[in-house]
Write a protein that binds this ligand. Structure first.
Ligand SMILES: [Zn+2]
Length: 400
């Protein structure tokens, strides 16, 4: 969501966002459709600044019209409502709070944000100058929680808020390397041919701007989410899940879409982790995304099974199956959130143990449900947990 977002990312207008104060909006409202719950934006008194914001708005409006000529808007009203609902909460935060901009325009740049869903399977999103933010249906299918969607939107909002497109243009004007019109054209025609796409990638790599813009947007998104009701750790789970998916795609597909426009790298994920730690936000992936969560599901005859992602870990039988399962869910989520080493989990006497702490107590009633002996069930369970751990470690650390 970087470059795409960044370049595409600079307009202003449309938007709801209730302002906490009653200041007069400094920026002239665009004449087109004004959203019903218009936000009163903070006043921008500096004439030059106000003109720049206005120019962002005009530029973004032009790009938006271009996008909507080439792409179809989604007909899925639930998608549209969900994106607008979450997006406007975050836009309000961005419009009324100081944010640290690691790269880009450091001033408070308020816009009337507008969030729209485009038809298509791409797991992608982008932002145009002035706050026109677009999300493809494919991304909405991919996110596993409102928190993950909020992370993506916070990132996109940050590209607009930090005026990354204007920054790109400014930098480009100083060097002949960047051919902004080509870049914008290839961004807007998101099915741009591979030659243009790879040229764009080379240029952005050479310049280093896109990496800077991505990191700045990640950090901006983090700051916005920290001020919201959404879980910032979801920004990390989204990156990790996307990177894991990338490894399964064929090489051509890897060069397109979100991977190309917002390069996801181990470096980005590690930076995100460092920032979460710096803000004392516990990295509990289980709270951010179902893929990292142990859940209990009811089976036959009162039995309750535990799953991590889609991997079955254990089935509790007997009269206390439900209570025992719920306690185990709590312990196992803590366990997986810690991303332990394979050798940290062992088999004790009638139980599975993590560094001396009991994870699952093997009862004869459970062995009965599994139609095996407690001894055998213990071995199987240890194997299942280790397999899940391996799967988790692969997703979290390896193969980037
Ligand atoms: Zn981005």
């Amino acid at each position: 969501m970087l470059l795409n977002l960044a370049v595409a990312s600079a307009l202003f207008w449309s938007g709801q966002g209730a302002a906490p104060n009653n200041q007069t909006p400094a920026v002239q409202k665009p004449q087109a459709t004004i959203a019903a719950e218009q936000d009163d934006l903070p006043q921008v008194t500096d004439k030059k600044h106000a003109d720049e914001l206005k120019s962002d708005a005009e530029q973004g409006k032009k790009y938006a019209a271009e996008v909507e000529k080439q792409e179809k808007l989604s007909k899925n009203k639930d998608f549209q409502d969900r994106v607008a609902h979450i997006g406007q909460q975050l836009a309000r935060i961005a419009n009324h709070n100081d944010l640290i901009a690691l790269w880009g325009d450091k001033r408070l740049n308020p816009y009337h944000y507008e969030f729209k869903v485009l038809k298509g399977d791409d797991i992608n999103a982008f932002s145009l100058p002035g706050g026109h933010i677009y999300v493809y249906e494919g991304l909405l299918d991919f996110v596993e929680s409102d928190d993950e969607l909020a992370g993506v939107l916070g990132h996109e909002i940050s590209h607009a808020r930090f005026r990354h497109v204007a920054m790109f243009e400014h930098e480009a004007s100083k060097s002949a390397i960047w051919q902004i019109p080509i870049i914008i054209a290839s961004i807007l025609a998101h099915n741009a041919d591979v030659a243009i796409a790879s040229r764009l990638e080379n240029m952005s790599e050479q310049s280093g701007w896109s990496i800077k813009a991505e990191k700045a947007a990640d950090f901006g998104g983090l700051q916005i989410l920290m001020k919201s009701n959404y879980n910032p750790v979801a920004m990390l789970t989204f990156m990790e899940r996307l990177a894991a998916r990338k490894r399964f795609l064929d090489p051509l597909e890897r060069t397109l879409g979100i991977f190309q426009t917002h390069p996801i790298s181990r470096d980005r994920a590690e930076t995100m982790m460092q920032n979460l730690r710096a803000y004392n936000i516990p990295i509990q992936r289980s709270k951010a995304s179902p893929s990292y969560r142990v859940v209990a599901k009811d089976g036959f005859d009162g039995a309750v099974s535990l799953f991590f992602s889609s991997h079955k870990l254990y089935t509790f039988g007997g009269t206390e199956a439900r209570e025992r399962a719920e306690l185990a869910v709590h312990r196992l989520n803590k366990f997986f959130d810690a991303v332990p080493e394979l050798y940290d989990v062992t088999a004790g006497d009638d139980q599975i143990v993590w560094r001396g702490n009991m994870l699952i107590a093997i009862e004869p009633s459970d062995a009965e449900v599994a139609k095996t002996t407690p001894q055998q069930l213990k071995r199987q369970t240890l194997g299942a947990i280790k397999q899940s751990l391996y799967f988790l470690a692969y997703r979290v650390w390896d193969g980037w």
